[in-house]
Design a protein around this ligand. Structure first.
Ligand code: GLA
Length: 518
């Protein structure tokens, strides 16, 4: 009897250990090989501020213009478009069709507007029968046609919600949507939004690029610090599952929304940066304060978020309302460290080098990512005073230099040319790739694949690179031609692949063109 009991206890122990191991150990998941989102996606989405109203073409275009005029585009913000903005319905033939009352240029017209301005197009849908408010159709049963339509609208990023999915299996549903996206042939960032249901961190890297880990961060229009704190600590625990091309998503940011003080916005932004979270701004960009813009465009903080190693930092010590975050090695061998004070009074905190696992033979240099000052060398550690609800966001290094990783933007993602006459012509147009990082990049490599009528060459121009698109119309028949060009690059310090750049090339040929022979 005793032996049987001992055996049962022993078996239970073995079973629990295996179960705990399976639960905790991140699998050796390979991210998708499309080169997308190798650093956390950045952009702007309307939901947190506006909800459904008044999402329409005018609002999205105003935000696009604000992304460009504010300098956010150059700071890396890229994806923009409607969330659940009642932008399409399902017509009687089953096809998704633009709601022209709200989007008079059509969803393809909006796409061109966004691409021309050097930004990428984000759309929203749902894996169930309807979106959350039931105002728009979901993709259930129409996965392939809908993803084809999204590709035809030239969408680059699609957030897929999980409302009205009774009876659906979360893994199967998102896997099918991934297959439908692949079949549609356009490279699209797949943002899963099951709010953590089905533990997507365990499987979604194979079918998407980011997954929501929690509930919504706020009700539209109302920033909520308490909810944000719950989300931060829930997302933190999943740090081992994130990496290049597959990210934990604690939801769009509430930085700069009414209801938050400046220190709280700074804290949240720093937390999103050290957690390698997608930086999707959610505030009204048309009326943001100078301090909100300064927070959102702090390149030194963004550099931590966009680090090519893609490690999600986590808490290494927590004492009541003070937490120390580290574990985020950066591309140059330095480390990011965040001290977060949730108290309503200031806190004096000592960070020891031995705690963050970085050697200190000759003392270490410390860069404050908010004051932009470097001090040191410091032996053993550093003491910081952190105001209430604020942070000290630091980089620690053996070297005095704190290089910025690549922060990429382009002046356009749409090259659009029109031939004239019937004689062969050579047409050309450029795309400029800008890098705000401090390390010079190798030349971008054009992937094989442009059609015979198009050639792309790459040349350096200071920190920028210019892509020259040359189109030869010889022998082309009357019609519309389209190509998607892909470029790849490798960050030279870390040797890591960078996110691929894709852009569209359109050519209109109004008449048949001769081949040049008399
Ligand atoms: C869900 C998502 C939100 C937003 C709304 C739209 O709640 O989590 O981010 O997209 O749906 O209804």
């Amino acid at each position: 009897m005793r032996r049987a009991m001992t055996l049962a206890i022993w078996m239970a122990f073995v079973y629990c250990s295996i179960f705990a191991w399976v639960e905790r150990t991140p699998p050796n998941v390979r991210a998708l090989d499309d080169g997308l989102a190798l650093t956390p996606p950045m952009g702007w989405y309307p939901w947190n501020t506006f909800g459904q109203e008044p999402q329409n073409e005018k609002l999205i275009k105003e935000m696009v213009d604000a992304l460009v005029s504010s300098g956010m585009r150059e700071a890396g913000y890229l994806y923009v478009g409607p969330d659940e903005g009642i932008c399409f319905y399902r017509a009687s033939d089953g096809k998704l069709t633009t709601n022209l009352d709200r989007y008079p240029s059509g969803l393809r017209g909006l796409s061109d507007y966004i691409h021309k301005r050097g930004l990428k197009y984000a759309l929203y849908t749902d894996a169930g029968t309807h979106t959350c408010s039931k105002a728009m159709p979901g993709t259930k049963g129409h996965e392939f046609e809908d993803m084809r339509q999204f590709a035809d609208w030239r969408c680059d990023y699609v957030k897929i919600d999980w409302c009205n999915t009774e009876g659906q299996d979360v893994v199967k549903a998102y896997t099918l949507l991934h297959e439908a996206q692949r079949a549609a042939g356009r490279p699209i960032v797949h943002s899963l939004c099951s709010w953590g249901e089905g533990s997507p961190w365990k499987w979604a890297a194979a079918v998407g690029h980011l997954w929501r880990t929690t509930e919504d961060i706020c009700e539209p229009g109302r920033a909520d610090w308490e909810t944000a704190m719950r989300i931060v600590f829930a997302n933190e625990r999943l740090f081992e599952w994130a990496g290049p091309g597959h990210w934990n998503d604690p939801d769009m940011m509430i930085v700069g929304m009414p209801g938050l003080r400046e220190a709280q916005s700074r804290s949240l932004f720093s937390l999103w940066c050290i957690m390698a979270s997608p930086l999707i701004a959610g505030n009204d960009l048309r009326s943001m304060s100078k301090s909100t813009l300064q927070i959102l465009t702090n390149l030194e903080a963004i550099g931590v978020n966009q680090d090519p190693l893609g490690i999600q930092g986590h808490i290494i010590r927590r004492n009541g309302q003070i937490s120390i975050w580290a574990g985020k090695r950066l591309f140059d061998g330095s480390q990011a460290v965040l001290v977060f004070n949730q108290k309503s009074s200031s806190a004096d905190v000592r960070v020891l080098w031995s705690d963050i696992g970085i050697g200190n033979a000759a003392g270490l240099y410390v860069r404050d990512l908010w004051t932009h000052e470097t001090t040191g060398p410091h032996a053993d550690g550093i003491s910081v005073t952190v105001p209430p609800n604020d942070v000290a966001f630091l980089r620690i290094s053996k070297s005095k230099d704190f290089p910025l990783p690549p922060i990429i933007s382009t002046d356009t993602y749409l090259v659009s040319l029109r031939a004239t006459g019937t004689a062969p012509q050579t047409l050309s147009a450029t795309v400029t790739i800008r890098n705000q990082g401090s390390v010079e990049l190798p030349l971008w490599r054009v992937r094989e694949g442009p059609p015979v009528w198009l050639s792309v060459t790459v040349a350096r121009n200071g920190q920028s690179q210019i892509l020259t698109n040359r189109i030869s119309t010889a022998g082309l028949r009357k019609g519309f031609y389209h190509a998607v060009v892909r470029l790849d690059n490798t960050e030279p310090v870390s040797g890591r692949l960078m996110s691929a750049i894709y852009y569209d090339v359109d050519l209109e040929v109004p008449n048949d063109v001769g081949d040049g022979s008399k």
